[in-house]
Write a protein that binds this ligand. Sequence first.
Ligand code: HEM
Ligand code: HEM
Length: 172
Amino acid sequence: MKAFRTYHLFFVLAVIIAYFTAEGLDLAHAWAGYLVAAFLALRGLLGLMRARGFAWTRLVPFGPSAVTHALTLALFLCIAGVTATGIVMDKGASLSTPPTLQIRNEHGDQKAEHGRYFGETERHERESAMNEIHEVLGNILLPLAIVHVLYLLLFRFDMARFMLFAPRKAAG
Ligand code: HEM
Ligand code: HEM
């Protein structure tokens, strides 16, 4: 089970970095976002391989832990959604284009723009829809994470402690 706790720790750190680089720090933001994507891919793989602690049942909101799992699932889907929309917007440009070649957008911020591949109008339509979803999901991420943490601390304290690498209390 240590693997899952370690995964959770570094995954959460990557999400936090992506969140706090969202305004202004575009290249750092994109890289942090791709790091989150890499963690999600790893988690998917470990889930498929049935690695211990990575069972998908963790995210299924039925049974005695339904509330915990429902909150975890909502958070998981939010992070997956914000990462996916981010990548659709970027299409790998930030990974491959040196910053000096990136075009500045209408606000004068440096961005990985994709005008090279799409007509202007098409690009703006694609980007604004994705951008909208990306920002909405990005903005509900914080309240979801707060609820996730508070719920676990208040109602599943032993589980929360365990996730933070404290030993589990003896059963009873
Ligand atoms: C966990 C992962 C991510 C989180 C939490 C996140 C969060 C956010 C948030 C909250 C914003 C809105 C900032 C604002 O209000 O100005 C934003 C903007 C943006 N994100 Fe992400 N993001 C993530 C992943 C990604 C990825 C993987 C990419 C692309 C590689 C990406 C590209 C962008 C871009 C280009 C914008 C700017 C949109 C604009 O200013 O018009 N994000 N992100
Ligand atoms: C004090 C801080 C935290 C504690 C104690 C904690 C604890 C936990 C626990 C116990 C689980 C497993 C829940 C279950 O089996 O149903 C979990 C899963 C999860 N946590 Fe946290 N968490 C913390 C912070 C965060 C933060 C800040 C985020 C995101 C920004 C986050 C995102 C997630 C996600 C996405 C999962 C599901 C992982 C998966 O199955 O792939 N956690 N957390």
